[in-house]
Design a protein around this ligand. Structure first.
Ligand code: LLP
Length: 420
């Protein structure tokens, strides 16, 4: 990404030197490029040209208010999966008429909040949820707009934790069940069926699963319309992958290639297209800036111990995910078969394993790349570690968009009762 570039050998983000940010804010710190977010968003918008469409940002990928505000101002919608994400999306300035609400376990309180905010629609994932929405909308004197989330039954070839569209997934309903639910909705007073939704998984590196799934779901849109349902939206989900491993991932489908491959099915649906991209918009717009605490040689292995750990960036530990690691400055020397690990007391705590890593000395800065999606949003306080700071850079200017947590944040809300 051009937004992260070198000047005099030193890594910068949109003209801001990363060592300056580290010196002022400390490490570990997530650094986001506004321009990279904007460019990825506009690339998607361009890809859908000629169709009636809206790009919704999957808030779970990066829920920082500044990131959300940036996308809301660009005209994006929001894809949310919890009451907390609804709260953030509304605070960040998303028009509720551009918010879609997915998730298999929406609680009563979450449904009522969504109704209260008059969001565009709920992506319904089960008969029980549908009945709950009808009941709550009735009690509150509201009309609920829903899309049925279908599980088109395709294999995606992505990591099993993030594959959602196959037959044995907890998400969505089968096409047959969707037909049955659509029939039932006709008898409901407060639920209006206005869409079909699907999302088959994340970090999908091939076009075929999308093409197959979108064609099946598009057929359902047409069928429901023929049966007299006023379907106005076809939500095709998210899932476009990005190359994380620069040597081995090769070229991944671009938004233009993706939309062109599914365009016949999108056009055949004859309704407004929604997509819910998270990773494609945010992943490459962020890096995790970390400082080397120690170098350690043990047996045959070299370890670089950084001040960032699995609680700051969980993806490597949880999915075996690959993130490139770059020296912020330095000679470009490498140490082979090295692990970049954090201070957390688990062997599963690593950022990179068995890799050729920058041959960095204690107190050197490293950048863990492509960490803008599912980075901070999956961070935790494990080992009582305050979560990192977040910084946004725009055209040479930068600002802290989330303070580093303090120790007092770690015990916020905790109470030692009187009987102790
Ligand atoms: N829509 C729905 C209903 C979803 O469940 C997701 C992601 C998205 C859209 C956005 O997918 P994307 O465009 O970002 O691929 N933590 C994992 C990823 C989990 C994705 C969950 N659902 C990771 O770090 O790889």
């Amino acid at each position: 990404m051009d937004e992260f570039h070198r000047e005099g050998g030193v890594l910068h983000c949109e003209g801001a030197p990363l060592p300056d940010i580290a010196a002022s804010v400390g490490t570990p710190t997530y650094v986001y490029s506004y321009a990279a977010i904007e460019n990825a968003y506009l690339e998607l918008v361009d890809a859908f040209a000629g169709l009636d469409f809206m790009v919704c940002f999957a808030v779970k990928a990066n829920s920082n208010l500044a990131v959300l505000r940036s996308l809301a101002s660009m005209g994006a919608g929001a894809d949310i999966v919890s009451g907390g994400e609804l709260y953030r999306a509304v605070r960040a300035g998303f028009d509720p008429k551009k918010i879609v609400f997915a998730g298999v376990g929406k609680t009563e309180a979450e449904i009522v909040s969504g109704l209260g905010e008059r969001i565009l629609l709920f992506n319904v994932e089960s008969a029980s949820e549908l009945e709950n929405i009808e009941r709550l909308a009735n009690i509150h004197g509201k009309k609920a707009r829903v899309a049925l989330r279908v599980n088109p039954g395709v294999e995606t070839g992505t990591h099993e934790h993030i594959s959602t569209g196959h037959a044995e997934s907890k998400f969505g309903v089968t096409v047959e069940e969707a037909r049955g639910l659509a029939r039932r909705i006709k008898g409901f007073k407060c639920v209006e069926l206005i869409g079909v939704h699907q999302h088959i998984g994340s970090q999908i590196s091939k076009l075929e699963p999308h093409v197959e799934a979108i064609s099946r779901s598009s057929a359902l849109v047409s069928e429901l319309k023929e049966r007299g349902h006023d379907i106005r939206f076809f939500n095709i989900g998210g899932g476009l992958g990005v190359p994380y491993d620069y040597e081995n991932d090769g070229e991944l489908p671009t938004p233009a290639q993706f939309v062109d491959a599914v365009r016949p099915s999108l056009e055949a649906s004859g309704v407004k297209i929604l997509c819910e991209m998270g990773r494609y918009i945010a992943a490459r717009a962020g890096l995790l800036l970390t400082r080397v605490v120690y170098r350690k040689e043990s047996g045959v292995k070299s370890y670089i111990v950084s001040d960032a750990a699995m609680n700051d960036l969980l993806r490597p530990s949880l999915y075996g995910a690959h993130h490139e690691v770059a020296a912020v400055a330095g000679t470009g020397g490498k140490v082979s078969d090295a692990d970049l690990v954090g201070p957390v007391c688990e062997s599963g705590d690593f950022i990179a394993k068995g890799r050729d890593l920058p041959d960095s000395a204690e107190s050197d800065l490293l950048a863990v790349l492509d960490a803008g999606a599912y980075g901070f949003s999956m961070a935790s306080n494990y080992n009582s570690r305050p979560r990192p700071a977040e910084v946004m850079v725009r055209n040479g200017n930068w600002a802290v968009v989330r303070e580093r947590e303090h120790y007092s944040d770690l015990v916020k809300g905790e109470v030692v009762p009187a009987f102790l």
